[in-house]
Design a protein around this ligand. Structure first.
Ligand code: BG6
Ligand code: MG
Length: 216
């Protein structure tokens, strides 16, 4: 029995650019200028952990109440930015792999830190492909903790070592490996060096490799 588990942001859709705009705006409220390099370090990390990291980088502290306000403001801005999102924003190669899984009866789960995952999958018309959706509303530990992927495997009734995870973030690859899963990294080979396979896009995964992954 095999299963595929997909990260959302950066794998199915390029939301990093919207998260960046929204976090950068929040940063200005405490005189912090978030750089693109720093933004890379926020990939795969939960909303709360992202804010905590930014406050640490800025060398500043805010009250719990102020944190709640900043988190709400960030998400409201982010939701505005993705308001018009539709299936044209699905990243290249995604539908090929999802259709391969469907045709080969491979169960598919989402394993994302995002609390907006359901909404985004709906906007992209991708909900019907997923047998289980595990997102930031279901887990207590952020990637690199393996909780999100282990829960996905459990929901799909598949042993962890029979799951293949598609991830764009170093924290996500670490989480997949901690869960004893096969990790396919999508992005920078240096940053994702811990992955079992690395590609610059899902589009680069050909049908031979898909057959191999399905036979793991
Ligand atoms: C991850 C993204 O998938 O989800 C992070 O890579 C994001 O950038 C995190 O902060 C939480 O997302 P959300 O939608 O709940 O704010
Ligand atoms: Mg991601």
């Amino acid at each position: 029995m095999k299963a595929f588990i997909f990260d959302l942001d950066g794998v199915l859709v390029d939301t990093a650019k919207y998260h960046y705009i929204a976090w950068k705006t929040i940063g200005t409220s405490f005189n912090f200028n978030l750089t693109e390099t720093q933004n890379e370090g926020l990939k795969g990390i939960s909303r709360t952990d992202s804010l905590d990291l930014m406050l640490e980088w800025a060398g500043t502290k805010v009250s719990l109440e102020q944190k709640e306000i900043l988190l709400r403001q960030k998400n409201e801005h982010y939701l505005e930015l993705i308001q018009e999102m539709d299936r044209t924003e699905i990243l290249p190669g995604v539908l090929t792999i999802l259709n391969f899984a469907k045709e080969n009866s491979i169960p598919v789960a989402l394993g994302s830190a995002s609390k907006n995952a359901q909404l985004i999958l709906k906007k992209l018309d991708l909900l019907p492909y997923f047998h289980s959706i595990v997102d930031g509303t279901h887990v207590t530990h952020s990637k690199p903790n393996p909780e999100v992927f282990l829960l996905g495997a459990k929901n799909l009734n598949t042993p962890a070592n029979q799951c293949v995870v598609f991830e764009d973030a170093a924290a996500g690859v670490a989480a997949a490996k901690a869960a004893q899963m096969v990790a396919v990294g999508i992005g920078d080979p240096i940053e994702l060096a811990a992955a079992d396979y690395i590609f610059n896009s899902l589009e680069s995964i050909d049908s031979n490799l898909l057959q191999t992954l399905a036979a793991i």
